[in-house]
Write a protein that binds this ligand. Sequence first.
Ligand code: GTP
Ligand code: MG
Length: 306
Amino acid sequence: MTQDLPTRAGFVALIGEPNAGKSTLLNQMVGAKVSIVTHKVQTTRARIRGIAIHGPAQIVFVDTPGIFRPRRRLDRSMVAAAWGGASDADVVLLLIEAHRGLTDGTQAILDQLRALGQGMTVSLVINKIDRVKAETLLALSRQMNEAYPFDQTFMISAEKGYGCDGLRDWLAASLPEGPWLYPEDQIADLPMRMIAAEITREKLTLRLHEEIPYQLTVETEAWEEKSDGSARVEQVVYVSRQGHKGIVLGKGGETIKAVGQAARAELEEFMSRRVHLFLQVRLRENWLNESERYDEMGLNFKDGDG
Ligand SMILES: Nc1nc2c(ncn2[C@@H]2O[C@H](COP(=O)(O)OP(=O)(O)OP(=O)(O)O)[C@@H](O)[C@H]2O)c(=O)[nH]1
Ligand SMILES: [Mg+2]
């Protein structure tokens, strides 16, 4: 910790459309993979906190599900979780994709931000600048700042790290003075069994197509510490249709086997110890309407009403 300067701490919410790069930015800032990332939309389902220390400041990043027009109960809970993250934060960062510009989806988010009113510091983060030319960026920045009174505008590549130092410096200086909120060595605020379930869901999402990733959920059912220092982890993949079960298992069980291997390798790296991972696929037709499933995901079931 830096001597003499007062400590600072607070929450920085990352909001934006699905796929904007919110989870990538959180991981870049924390310096570890805390939140799962895929090339598909709607990867993150709940609020995930990742903690970074910068000089005297402890910055708690709150990754949120992408904001989109919800259709299902799960979608509604996810979008409610995103807005809940924004309203609780000291600073809100709205992420957009440089190459997509001001989309209808982002326009709808700006309308909602306006409706939520003043008192919220919202800064703009134009992400994926590695994909566009400088002229495009300047025009987009101007257009966005005409559309909404952002406090600051940052242009970054969350993946490559461009512009992230400037953003981190500004965030650290913007947070209120006060004691740190978490122990110095903590990088995430999510139980290990949930991180483990998310890792498996990431590997499933990367390997499965079309609607299947959106119709499944993963839960860690058992976690046993072994005397040799390894962990025995049992997880269940819930699917909503009989046909999906076969697809998740794959021919001769090869898909679930590959998923299990990839998830185990990542979990071992994350925990720096050996893991024995056992996956089971279970049909549960109505899981998308069961409150226990939402509890496990860290979502509010009631937010999905209506
Ligand atoms: N080219 C490029 N790709 C990026 C950058 N940042 C993120 N991506 C990619 O964008 C995709 C989406 O990234 P995520 O971090 O999962 O996006 P998200 O906003 O968390 O998405 P949801 O959880 O679905 O709301 C992934 O394929 C990332 O690798 C960037 O700076 N440049
Ligand atoms: Mg995400």
